[in-house]
Design a binder for this molecule. Structure first.
Ligand SMILES: [Zn+2]
Length: 103
């Protein structure tokens, strides 16, 4: 959802005249709206419906933002499941700090 088209560049070949369009996207965190540096690790969640092949995708710059967003998330009509962001090895401890384990 936090994705916008930044620019579209059309390159045309001088020899054959074929053109090809390159689109650059900018990603913004769905919780704090800050621009996400996609060269670094970012979090992505997707919400799927049974009736729809495509999913709504949400982007976050950090776990704190994801947790904040999730706490306010209201399932859209027809929601089937949500895929959670992948947990990178170096983020495991951060992730655990946001999850409360019951004993
Ligand atoms: Zn954020």
């Amino acid at each position: 959802m936090g994705r916008e088209e930044k620019s579209e560049e059309t390159n045309q070949c001088d020899k054959c005249g074929r053109s090809d369009t390159e689109t650059t996207w900018i990603y913004a965190c769905d919780a704090c709206n800050k621009e996400i540096d996609t060269r670094k690790t970012y979090l992505e969640a997707s919400v799927h419906r049974r009736s729809d092949v495509s999913a709504n995708r949400y982007y976050f710059d950090e776990w704190k933002c994801y947790v904040k967003w999730l706490s306010k998330f209201k399932p859209p009509k027809g929601m089937w499941f949500m895929s959670l962001p992948y947990v990178q090895k170096n983020e495991l401890e951060t992730y655990k700090s946001y999850i409360r384990f019951k004993k």
